[in-house]
Design a protein around this ligand. Sequence first.
Ligand code: HEC
Length: 759
Amino acid sequence: MGASIVVFVAVCIGCMSTKSTMQPNSYVTNPYTTWRQYGGGADQSKYTELKQITKTNIKDLELAWTYSTGDNVSSYRFNPIVVDNVMYLLAKDNSLVAVDATSGKEIWIHTGLNLTSKRGLSYWESKDRKDRRLIFFMNNTLQEIDAITGKSILTFGTDGVVNLREGLGRPVEEVVRPTSSTPGIIFDDLIILGMAPGDVIFSAPGHLRAYNVVTGKQEWIFHTVPQPGEYGYETWPKDAYKYTGGVNTWGEISVDAKRGIAYFPIGSPSFDYYGADRKGQNLYGNCLLALDARTGKRLWHFQLVHHDLWDFDVVPAPQLITVMHNGKKVDAVAQATKHGFLFAFDRVTGEPLWPIEERPVPKSTMPEEESWPTQPFPTVLQPFNRQKLTFEDLNPYLTDAQKETWKKRITQTRSGLFEPLSDKYETITLPGANGGAIVGNTASNPKKGLVFVSTMDKPAVYKLKKLEPVQLSVPLSSNETEFAKAFYTQNCQSCHAANYAGAVGPSLININTRLTFDNFKSTVTDGRGQMPAFIHLDEKAIIAVFKLLSDTSGRRAGGNARRWFDPLPMPKAKTPVTGAVVANGGAPGEAAVSKVPLNPMTDYPPGVARPKDRYVDGSAFSWGGGFSNLIGPPWTSIVCYDLNTGQIKWKRALGNDEKVAPGQNFGIPGGSQNKGMIVTATGIVFATCGDGYIYAYDEENGNLLWKYKFPRVPEGLPAMYEVNGRQYLAVCSVAAKVTDGPDNLVPRAYYVFALPKKK
Ligand code: HEC
């Protein structure tokens, strides 16, 4: 193994001296000097070997150009990609735009693309570089655009479309959201895909698939919920593969391109908080899974949470690093989790670098639930999060009255890692399901064996509630509001908060001022981003909920929580930009695909032993104790691990909430999700943050080297690239405004930095 590493390094040094843009498939042979893929390259390290920007001159970084996105909505966090001197980005009311990467000047614009993969794009080129494709998810399909002309590629799949609801081994009408907001990963001529079916009852299974990028043919599938005869089948009830779902990769897939191994972080099985219908260990739920990237065959796996009952999806990109371990050079993989642990393995054998211990954990008291008696705990590698809530940890910005209430409450709750949920008492987990490390939250210096985790300390307060069937056919006129409230509590509250002010999803207060009823209805019935589709609702129910959210006078009290997005009405497609080439509008095959009726599973298949009742999380506080955060700062941190020693090298609080005040609904600086990092070979760690800044830290000690404040929260991963000998840093900043002033006057834009041009 040692010898092969030397070869690898030697190849890369070779590439450095040639012009990177001349290398065929250079994301494979020359991984650290381009930004042709979401995350920088196949290994998702967000690492660059461009060396112009250093710790010494970083203070001189200045804006080279900006590109105004020109839209009113902001529900994307886009990692721009750059091929040669062209940058591809999302802007202008759901358009893909190609711009000159040195100036932002538009080259072409393809309108009408309401992408599902709003975090970024996949890029592929043929060996002779003549055929170049941008690949993305939209409307339950995989589609492609010619990167040179901006036109849809109609020879891909059937008339330009691969219907991803097909090929999962479930009836097509039952498959909801077979796509993800994270783009697929390219390996050779394959695009490898995760998906985000959700982990609600009867979600589709998140099988992993690879498609040929030229033909659109499905080349392999790996059943993340194993079927009869497959490894792991016995870790479920015998019919579970017919009705359980989730177990999906909605975060990032990392590929060791040299070895042809793909590493998948895998999410929870459905339903994520109550598992009476999935007794067993539930492979490959919550695993780090290594597959042969060419064939989809399992190489090894390690389950990080057995029989998950906490929605502890494994999400962020596995980090592929090389470390010295027991005196030997080892190619390793490190996986950060929502529950605050970093696990490290030999990348080839799956052998843990340091022992991982199975320790006994509390037993569930819920009817028919069989929680797993032990859970894996890493040794040596210390957790990167706080993992238990105490009085001392309570947020100091709570008022005294709030503190007293919560102190009382905490004595009646059960708190701690792996404390199972109950319908009798509240449970506090720290980090909660929306804390720890999620998508985009890992980066590394692969050669030095340093792994960086951007993490959020955020508890969740849970209480299970028996799910009573909702009678949607009953006329609503008499007690419409009661119905709407009950409906909201069961279906929407976990993400949009009890006071409608938003948590995982945006605020829904006064929704009628931002969305028409039709927009609202299609959002609810089709789902959006991480929001699942609620397809089986009748119109009366949707009207009742819309009315409830529209009439919010008097409900605002205490509800000025920070919104993740500032939704405004969707503008109609704008007139094309003068001088730019506008490719054909909408997507090929869109209408045809969306006409396939959805009819998701609502009950167990005939003959299956079913649990007596279903339970869902009915707590009003799932996502943070009813406040943005129940515990005190730091709410967000960057943690640097040196995996040569297993020690935490440094840890820094990330961000600063300038508006925090006692009794208020404090913000979450950093708001970990979807913020990103870049690590440079010159020893700089860039990190975007929920307080509106990008910070640059010294890789050695975490000292602050530079910062820049955007008018809006920067979202998604930044990108770093070089054109004509100049090194650039690009950041998408389109989310909530940070500066004062009317919302529509604060620009949404891509900001691109560089050192001043030499005169
Ligand atoms: C699992 C979490 C989750 C659940 C459950 C959920 N949502 Fe959402 N919702 C989201 C997220 C995340 C978004 C933002 C999606 C995006 O744009 O990427 C969203 C967006 C929305 C929007 C668009 C808001 C705007 O202003 O643009 C509406 C409306 C909405 N949700 C309504 C509902 C309703 C009604 C329910 C219950 C029937 C519900 N949601 C359940 C997570 C959820």
